[in-house]
Design a protein around this ligand. Structure first.
Ligand code: FAD
Length: 326
């Protein structure tokens, strides 16, 4: 089975999600006498090939072009079709995010195959059949899905697969692929990108996530969580009602229609634990819940919990951690 991991770096570093996919693909490939290629797409991103090799790629394809400097599905699709053709991949893996949710199904359609999005597990049967585990019905059930046709295309949630330890002594051929002519001319164009100013750790990469829900009552009360997150070097997240109320920006939403995170520690404050929220964080290693309602469903998945008013518990926890840290 020949895997192609699609990496979309913004500079010289391979995104952590691509490292996870490469490691996971490598394990699956080794039990099927297969290979793992990594496709690096973007502008000014060729340097990331070094990390792709160190993290396990058997081959690396680079498409480094001005036309790939901004979000532009059509140019990326044309580049991907060229790389898939060159690599002979039978499975194409993307890290799940808003952009890949758009391009992965379009790539599958263009190649006459099928796509699975946001999967949370990949299994290879003894017969050599690959299947993808995905949550369905808002996280209430898990489905095992097989893709007919080749290449099988999937987007994989962060934390599903595990990166290998890097080996910077590995040497592997890197192949440059030119963007097919006309790619820049097609489809809508992004004219400008504005970066949102964000403080602290990136939600997707944070080892500790402190999330707040509707029970916080108002935007200003997120300051309780910000203080706690600052002390533990974590990121602040939110449930959907907190985003819908305009208390925090959409990039902070965790859940079925938000981001998927898998930190070492997830502290849920005043969030009830609806399945749609759990779908975005149930791969966290440790879960701590603070909720005044002892019957809140979140307690069912918590390792540790406090049935209490968050306004009393969060400052105590923050102070205690501050003391322990100093
Ligand atoms: P609530 O359910 O209102 O819970 C608030 C909690 O705060 C309660 O448990 C309460 O006991 C507690 N509380 C109140 N005051 C305090 C206090 N002083 N101290 C401690 N605890 C207190 N939701 C998401 O989060 N992410 C998604 O991506 C998402 N996608 C969705 C997609 C679809 C198609 C649908 C239908 C829904 C989706 N939802 C999503 C919404 C989801 O179903 C829930 O409605 C939502 O998660 C509830 O948010 P909440 O827990 O913050 O609010």
């Amino acid at each position: 089975m020949h895997f192609l991991v699609v990496a979309l770096p913004t500079g010289a570093q391979l995104p952590s999600a691509a490292k996870e996919l490469t490691g996971g693909a490598k394990r699956l490939a080794s039990s099927s006498a297969g290979t793992v290629s990594v496709a690096i797409l973007g502008r000014g991103v060729a340097e990331a090939s070094r990390e792709a090799v160190a993290f396990g790629a058997d081959r690396v394809y680079v498409v480094d072009d001005d036309a790939l400097s901004n979000y532009d599905a059509e140019s990326y699709l044309m580049a991907l079709v060229a790389v898939v053709g060159e690599s002979g991949a039978s499975v194409v893996l993307f890290a799940a995010d808003a952009f890949t949710s758009e391009i992965a199904p379009r790539l599958a359609h263009r190649l006459g195959s099928g796509a699975v999005t946001g999967c949370a597990g990949i299994h290879l049967s003894r017969e050599g059949q690959l299947s993808f585990t995905c949550s369905v019905y808002g996280g209430k059930a898990m489905a095992e899905i097989a893709v007919r046709g080749l290449p099988q295309v999937a987007t994989v949630a962060a934390g599903t697969l595990e990166a290998l330890a890097p080996d910077y002594s590995r040497e592997v051929a890197v192949k440059w692929i030119g963007l097919p002519a006309g790619a820049e001319a097609r489809g809508p164009k992004v004219l400008e990108l504005r970066k949102e100013e964000a403080e602290g750790a990136r939600l997707e990469d944070a080892k500790v996530v402190v999330a707040g829900g509707r029970g916080l009552s108002e935007a200003g009360n997120f300051s309780y969580l910000e203080e706690l997150a600052r002390v533990v070097g974590g990121a602040v997240a939110a449930s959907r009602p907190a985003v819908d109320a305009g208390w925090v920006p959409p990039r902070m939403q965790v859940g079925q229609t938000g981001k998927t995170v898998s930190p070492d520690l997830y502290i849920a404050v005043a969030i009830s634990g609806a399945s749609q929220h759990l779908a975005g964080m149930n791969r966290s290693k440790h879960i701590v819940v603070i909720n005044k309602d002892p019957d809140a469903p979140f307690f069912k998945v918590a390792e540790l919990g406090a049935v209490a008013d968050y306004k009393k518990v969060v400052p105590l926890l923050t102070e205690k951690l501050k003391t322990l840290r100093s």
